[in-house]
Design a binder for this molecule. Structure first.
Ligand code: FES
Length: 148
């Protein structure tokens, strides 16, 4: 079996899909090679991620990793969410085949891009906090701030 039961579950029944009605952070990342795109929305209050959702245009592993990433950061502090790694997402899904590891990278970067947007909206430069998320194969896109 190429994919674990958990991957199949989060692919078939993804959690937290769609756009939040109220959010104050939104980030989008894409992989240049495969062309997959993830967008994440967060409602952050008192430094806690009260709600989070995603929209992913991509492969099954991208859907499963974004679903799991939202589950892992929901209810967490911004600081805790910044510590989420693609490895933790993969472990929570009981692993991914090597060819799909980059999908979990995209999920980690989507969380970081969303938190970067959260800081940016407060006039804070996110780079020293979040790091440079425009790493080798991942690009971030500006997203409309229709929910301000
Ligand atoms: Fe690119 Fe899965 S194939 S994110």
């Amino acid at each position: 079996m190429l994919y674990s039961d958990k991957v199949m579950d989060h692919f078939s029944n993804p959690r937290n899909v769609g756009e939040l009605e109220n959010y104050n952070a939104c980030g989008e990342v894409g992989n240049l090679t495969c062309g997959d795109i993830m967008r994440m929305y967060m409602l952050i209050e008192d430094d806690i991620i009260k709600d989070v959702s995603f929209k992913t245009f991509g492969c099954g592993a991208a859907v499963a990793t974004s679903s799991m990433a939202t589950e892992l950061v929901k209810g967490k502090s911004v600081k805790e969410a910044l510590e989420l790694t693609n490895k933790a997402v993969m472990e929570a899904l009981d692993g991914l085949p090597p060819i799909k590891v980059h999908c979990s990278m995209l999920a980690e970067e989507a969380v970081k891009a969303t938190l970067a947007d959260y800081y940016r909206r407060q006039g804070i430069d996110p780079t020293p906090i979040v790091g440079n998320i425009e790493s080798a194969n991942v690009v971030t896109h500006d997203v409309p701030k229709e929910n301000e």
